[in-house]
Design a protein around this ligand. Structure first.
Ligand SMILES: [Zn+2]
Length: 81
């Protein structure tokens, strides 16, 4: 399976294979050599998986708690995407 990923520095598109890589292998730009991501993190970020679902669930819980709690500490607990 082949996927495309854009370089965050020069914007060139990389074609990478999702197979035969370890999660900690690095994805680097073939144009400028910029480190883009690791395969493990990249795969996590492009598809809903257990960890993302867990984060979504905890965000929902945080929002529910924020509605119940005093509004004064809203800004301190703002979710960072
Ligand atoms: Zn690049």
């Amino acid at each position: 399976m082949r996927q495309h990923i854009s370089c965050t520095r020069c914007g060139s598109t990389q074609v990478i294979s999702t197979e035969a890589h370890d999660a900690w292998d690095e994805i680097s730009c073939t144009e400028c050599g910029e480190f883009i991501d690791t395969y493990g993190h990249w795969e996590d970020s492009r598809s809903p998986n257990y960890l993302i679902q867990l984060l979504d669930r905890s965000r929902t819980l945080t929002l529910q708690m924020a509605r119940v709690a005093q509004p004064s500490n809203d800004s301190e607990h703002r979710w960072r995407a």
